[in-house]
Design a protein around this ligand. Structure first.
Ligand SMILES: Nc1nc2c(ncn2[C@@H]2O[C@H](COP(=O)(O)OP(=O)(O)OP(=O)(O)O)[C@@H](O)[C@H]2O)c(=O)[nH]1
Length: 279
């Protein structure tokens, strides 16, 4: 509630009629009248008693008037303070709301970042930073839908590092991890931008080549295996090789069927002596 700006009560009073004798101060006038009443010369004056009565009434009225002015000024002061307080309260609440909004924004940003980090973590292999099996399953689902929609099949390659166990056994698990990371990088470097590669598990990697027929996929797989063979490891006197099983998606089938065929091809590559690509 606003009381607006209220002029002090005193200033709203009608101007006092000017003293008929001369423009004199009210207090001076009272002092003069009191002196007259006290003067023995005027003791017998018949006007003395009514004048004394008038003076007393005037003093009572003056006291009442001053009290009224004090009350009115006090009321205006309180109403002004109330008005100020409302504004201040409004400002404070606004300030608090802005602060809460800023905190809430920061909180939501942190939550968004955290959930993005968690999502990334849930879809990526911490060792190689490639997509993990879950990520690959998601991409396989998407690519299978796309392949059927566009009648444009993809080809899958399952790549398995040859005799990897011997690396671990001879040089330790940490050396094995280093080899896996280097192989992951070599695969990624040899692929096209739109190919998808992830760690299928252990020393196995899955490569998804969208809209790619088998003959093209074969060339890409050869590039990948050469890229792995080109890696030099200080602690190894031989080069690392890999075996690959290839399979092209047949429109309408489940991707697990394509995976099974790629797996069977990989097994053949292993049985046939490793370091080769089978389809
Ligand atoms: N360092 C390391 N080793 C792993 C990891 N995951 C799986 N391995 C090892 O990979 C090895 C796989 O061995 P095998 O399945 O016998 O295969 P391989 O020795 O590569 O032989 P082939 O596949 O038949 O050529 C095992 O010793 C596993 O412990 C990993 O994250 N880090």
């Amino acid at each position: 509630m606003s009381f607006g700006k209220i002029a002090p009560f005193r200033s709203r009073l009608l101007p006092m009629p000017e003293c008929p004798r001369h423009a004199c101060n009210e207090d001076e006038l009272v002092t003069q009248v009191q002196a007259l009443l006290a003067d023995p010369v005027h003791q017998a004056n018949p006007l003395r008693e009514p004048l004394a009565h008038l003076l007393a009434c005037n003093q009572v009225h003056q006291a009442q008037l001053h009290r009224l002015i004090r009350i009115s000024d006090g009321y205006q002061y309180i109403s002004r303070r109330q008005q100020e307080n409302l504004e201040q309260q409004y400002e404070r609440q606004l300030h608090r709301l802005e602060k809460i909004a800023r905190i809430s924004d920061r909180y939501q940003n942190s939550l968004r970042e955290l959930s993005e980090t968690l999502k990334q973590a849930s879809l990526h292999d911490p060792l190689t930073s490639l997509g993990n099996r879950r990520f690959l399953m998601e991409r396989l689902t998407q690519e299978t839908e796309r392949a059927n929609r566009k009648a444009s099949p993809y080809t899958l390659a399952i790549l398995d590092v040859d005799r990897f166990k011997t690396v671990n056994d001879r040089f330790g698990h940490e050396a094995g991890d280093t080899v896996l990371c280097s192989i992951a990088n070599a695969i990624a470097d040899a692929l096209r931008e739109y190919d998808v590669c992830g760690r299928w598990g252990g020393e196995e990697f899955l490569i998804l080549m969208p809209e790619t027929p088998l003959d093209f996929a074969l060339q890409i797989a050869q590039r990948v295996t050469q890229s792995i063979k080109a890696i030099r490891f200080e602690f190894l006197d031989t080069r690392i090789s890999a075996s690959v099983g290839l399979s092209t998606y047949c429109l309408g089938e489940r991707f697990s069927d394509t995976l099974n065929r790629a797996d069977a091809a990989l097994l053949r590559a292993k049985v046939d002596g490793r370091d080769r690509i089978e389809a």
